[in-house]
Design a protein around this ligand. Structure first.
Ligand code: NDP
Length: 300
C-alpha cells in the first residue's frame, strides 16, 4: 500500500472535543443544553445502528438527545405531528429524521416540515437553496465532513479537478456544489458522474480529487485512479463474510486494496467519512443551540 490513510476517526475526535468544549461554554454562559430530536421510524438494522451511534456521540458531547422511536406502520400524519412537536419544543435545537423512511411515507414532505433553523442535516429546501446561493446555512453533514477531511489531508481544492461519482441529494450533488464555490475549500473544477455516465474510468482517471458515493462496492478500481490522487470513499456497504463476527464486513465503494496502491491519499471504510458525518451533526446542533440562545435565527 502506498496511499497515506486519511484518519477520519482522529479528525472526528478532535472536532467532537471542540464541540464538547463549546457545549460546556454555552451551558455555563446561558444555561442552555443543546438538544437534538432524533426520529427513527421502523426497525431497519443499519438505521438503528446509525441512530445509536449518533445518540452516543450526543451524550458524550454533553448534549441532550430527544429520542422518538416510531413503529413501521406510522402514518404520514403521525410523523408530521411529531415533527411539529419537535419544531415547537424550545429544548430541541436540531431535528434529525433518520433516512430512508419506510415505504409509504413521503420523505420530501417530512423534510419540508422541519423548521429550517432546526434543520441540522441541511436537507430542507431553504437550507439547500441557501447553500447553492453561498449564504449562511447548515451545510449537510457528509459533504461538510468531506471538506474537512480534504483540508486535514492537505489536499488543495483550488484549481483541482474533482470528480464526484454519485448524484444523491445528501452526498453527490451537495459536495459537487460546495467544491465549485468561490473561496476556501472551493474553486475546484468539478465533474459529476452517475449511473448513466459512459466509461466512468475516463473521468475518474482525470481526478486530482475523487469522491465516490454510489453504494456499490467495487465501483472504483485501481485502474480508474490517477496516481497520487486523493480518494474519498463515502460508501458504507455490508458485504457478507462468514468469517466476520457479525457475518458481514463494512466495505466502501472503492476496491480498497487496489486503490491504495495507486492513490496518494485515501479514506478507509470504516474510519473515514462516517465518523466525520456524526461530528458535523454535533457541530451543527451546537451552532443551532448557540443561535437559539442568542435569540437570532440566521437561517430564516
Ligand atoms: P444513493 O443510492 O442515493 O445514490 C447513489 C448514486 O450513485 C446515484 O446518483 C447513482 O446514479 C450513482 N451510481 C450508482 N451506481 C453507479 C455506477 N456504477 N457508476 C456511477 N454512478 C453510480 O446513495 P447515497 O449518496 O445516499 O449513498 C452512497 C453511499 O454512501 C452508500 O453506500 C451510503 O451508505 C454511503 N453514505 C455514507 C455516509 C457516511 O456518513 N459515511 C453518509 C451517506 C451515505 P443515478 O442517480 O443515476 O441512479
Amino acid at each position: 500500500m502506498s496511499a497515506e490513510l486519511i484518519d477520519g476517526k482522529a479528525l472526528a475526535a478532535e472536532t467532537r472535543a471542540r464541540v464538547k468544549a463549546g457545549v460546556a461554554t454555552l451551558k455555563a454562559a446561558t444555561g442552555v443544553t443543546p438538544g437534538l430530536g432524533v426520529v427513527l421510524v421502523g426497525d431497519d438494522p443499519a438505521s438503528r445502528s446509525y441512530v445509536t451511534a449518533k445518540e452516543r456521540a450526543l451524550e458524550e458531547a454533553g448534549m441532550r438527545s430527544v429520542d422518538v422511536r416510531l413503529p413501521e406502520g406510522t402514518t404520514q400524519e403521525e410523523l408530521l405531528a411529531v415533527i411539529a412537536r419537535l419544531n415547537a419544543d424550545p429544548q430541541v435545537h436540531g431535528i434529525l429524521v433518520q433516512l430512508p423512511l419506510p415505504k409509504g411515507l413521503d420523505t420530501d414532505a417530512v423534510i419540508r416540515a422541519i423548521a429550517p433553523e432546526k434543520d441540522v442535516d441541511g436537507f430542507t429546501p431553504v437550507n439547500v437553496g441557501k447553500m447553492l446561493l453561498g449564504q449562511t446555512c447548515f451545510l449537510p453533514c457528509t459533504p461538510h465532513g468531506i471538506l474537512r477531511l480534504l483540508e486535514k489531508a492537505g489536499t488543495p481544492t483550488r484549481g483541482a479537478h474533482a470528480v464526484v461519482v454519485g448524484r444523491s441529494d445528501i452526498v453527490g450533488r451537495p459536495i459537487a456544489n460546495l467544491l465549485t464555490r468561490k473561496g476556501p475549500n472551493g474553486d475546484a473544477t468539478v465533474t459529476l458522474c452517475h449511473s448513466a455516465t459512459q466509461d466512468l474510468g475516463r473521468f475518474t482517471r482525470q481526478a486530482d480529487i475523487l469522491i465516490v458515493a454510489t453504494g456499490r462496492p467495487g465501483t472504483v478500481t485501481a485502474d480508474m485512479v490517477k496516481p497520487g490522487a486523493t480518494v474519498i470513499d463515502v460508501g458504507v456497504n455490508r458485504v457478507p463474510d462468514p468469517t466476520a463476527q457479525r457475518g458481514y464486513r463494512l466495505r466502501g465503494d472503492c476496491d480498497f486494496e487496489g486503490v491504495a496502491k495507486v492513490a496518494g491519499k485515501l479514506t478507509p471504510v470504516p474510519g473515514g467519512v462516517g465518523p466525520m458525518t456524526i461530528a458535523m451533526l454535533l457541530e451543527n446542533t451546537l451552532t443551532a443551540a448557540q443561535r437559539a440562545a442568542e435569540g437570532a435565527s440566521h437561517v430564516r
